[in-house]
Design a protein around this ligand. Structure first.
Ligand SMILES: *[C@@H]1O[C@H](CO)[C@@H](O)[C@H](O)[C@H]1NC(C)=O
Ligand SMILES: *[C@@H]1O[C@H](CO)[C@@H](O)[C@H](O)[C@H]1NC(C)=O
Ligand SMILES: *[C@@H]1O[C@H](CO)[C@@H](O)[C@H](O)[C@H]1NC(C)=O
Ligand SMILES: *[C@@H]1O[C@H](CO)[C@@H](O)[C@H](O)[C@H]1NC(C)=O
Ligand SMILES: *[C@@H]1O[C@H](CO)[C@@H](O)[C@H](O)[C@H]1NC(C)=O
Ligand SMILES: *[C@@H]1O[C@H](CO)[C@@H](O)[C@H](O)[C@H]1NC(C)=O
Ligand SMILES: *[C@@H]1O[C@H](CO)[C@@H](O)[C@H](O)[C@H]1NC(C)=O
Ligand SMILES: *[C@@H]1O[C@H](CO)[C@@H](O)[C@H](O)[C@H]1NC(C)=O
Length: 350
């Protein structure tokens, strides 16, 4: 890296550090409960996503045969999301194209899906424990070996992602230049059990997949909404708990709070820079099964096509170039404190 760039980065980091200090003083809820942070520092390079240590996300999963860096973008024409401002972190776009075929278990190519999903690197589905991973403003290191030192009161704290009460934050935004095809169903954010047989919750968009409806014959109207769906453990039928129009040019901020002891789910939502508001009061939801978090895109085949095996058959149009922009991805331990609903005060300047 040329030294002028480095100097610029250091100066930029310093200015970020200053603004973090300022915003911390204004947090209404006291110290951060963040136990895993997937927000993108402004100095991240796309190639860093191909490395096992330079990105907070797993570099090999879940995407097509090309490298992660070929399926990701760092949009520069989009304002930072609500929970990115406080860290000076930036938006990240997940894209899918005709090569987005995932080789499941190293042998079964999932022709029915188009998949690009980010998984937290230390959350591999069978081991839910991991060290605290935090963004450092000066080094490109995310792995737990350089984890923020735990204070004495924190050493007993569980940093696992599927225990106690956990709140999963994420903001999503449409990319007009790489629109999704709302005739299809997309699953965008979900927690999947270790057994890979159920989801504890899902953020979806597009027209719900229905094996009994052919889009060619019925002229199904495309559904352009974002939906929080309940879990499917033990064969439970998925229910739409919250639905909002997926308007363009807007950040949609979500927080899903899972109580792994009480087996409940609550959800919060806001647009752009408004504080999160409760949209799903704590409701019974089977959160068992541990699991792996996913942030990105699974595009299902067109309804009514294929042989009933959704991952491996069904119609997918060719020559696609689709994307969804993400921001403010982090997970809080809200066992003892309420979740963070906003960062703004009237005096905040950005
Ligand atoms: C990425 O995920 C795969 C599949 O779970 C796993 O085998 C691999 O070890 C993970 N990589 C890292 C760096 O954790
Ligand atoms: C992935 O990136 C590596 C390093 O740049 C490169 O050697 C390799 O060819 C890339 N793989 C694909 C499938 O593009
Ligand atoms: C997940 O991590 C644990 C602990 O490091 C390891 O024992 C296990 O094999 C990993 N699982 C996968 C699927 O990589
Ligand atoms: C929750 O799901 C688990 C795993 O599928 C199942 O064993 C358990 O019986 C379910 N609990 C309830 C109350 O349905
Ligand atoms: C959207 O998907 C439907 C069903 O696969 C397909 O018929 C249509 O051509 C797609 N539209 C675009 C713009 O790709
Ligand atoms: C719709 O019909 C066209 C033309 O027969 C076909 O190529 C396409 O696969 C069909 N799409 C679906 C979703 O059935
Ligand atoms: C629907 O699913 C069943 C299997 O569950 C399969 O036999 C059938 O062919 C599917 N129909 C369509 C139109 O995909
Ligand atoms: C559906 O077709 C796929 C791809 O040919 C095949 O792998 C799968 O076994 C089939 N599934 C069923 C239920 O026929």
């Amino acid at each position: 890296m040329p030294s002028t760039t480095l100097t610029a980065l250091i100066l930029f980091s310093l200015s970020i550090a200053t603004s973090i200090e300022a915003s911390q003083l204004q947090w209404p809820l006291g110290p951060s409960n963040t136990i895993w942070d997937g927000r993108m520092p402004s100095w991240i390079d796309l190639e860093d996503f191909d490395s096992p240590t330079l990105s907070p996300y797993n570099e090999t999963h879940v995407h097509g045969y090309r490298n992660w860096s070929d399926y990701l973008r760092l949009p520069t024409n989009v304002k930072r999301s609500l929970f990115d401002y406080e860290h000076g972190t930036v938006p990240l776009e997940v894209t899918g194209d005709d090569t987005s075929l995932f080789l499941s278990g190293g042998e079964n190519l999932q022709y029915g899906f188009r998949r690009s999903e980010l998984n937290p690197v230390s959350n591999n589905g069978t081991d839910d424990h991991f060290g605290r991973v935090a963004i450092s403003s000066v080094t490109k290191i995310f792995d737990s070996s350089t984890a923020v030192a735990l204070t004495p009161t924190e050493t007993d704290r569980c940093f696992c992602l599927v225990d106690g009460k956990r709140t999963i934050h994420f903001s999503v935004r449409a990319d007009d230049r790489r629109p999704l095809n709302f005739t299809h169903e997309y699953q965008n954010v979900f927690l999947e059990t270790n057994a890979y047989n159920a989801y504890q919750f899902t953020l979806k968009t597009g027209t719900p997949y229905d094996n009994s409806t052919s889009i060619n014959s019925s002229g199904v109207t495309a559904t352009q909404t974002l939906r929080i769906e309940s879990g499917t453990n033990a064969g439970a039928l998925e229910k739409t708990l919250f639905e909002t129009e997926y308007s363009g040019g807007t950040w949609h901020n979500f927080a899903v709070e899972l109580d792994f002891d009480a087996n409940t789910l609550a959800a919060y939502h806001s647009k752009d820079y408004a504080n999160l508001e409760l949209v799903v009061p704590a409701t019974a939801n089977n959160n068992s099964g541990g699991g792996l978090y996913h942030f990105g895109i699974i595009k299902l085949p067109a309804s009514g096509t294929g042989n009933g095996s959704v991952p491996f058959s069904g119609y997918q149009p060719s020559n696609i170039e689709e994307g969804q922009i993400y921001g403010g991805i982090f997970i809080e331990d809200t066992s003892g404190q309420p979740l963070k609903t906003g960062v703004w005060t009237s005096g905040y300047v950005f």
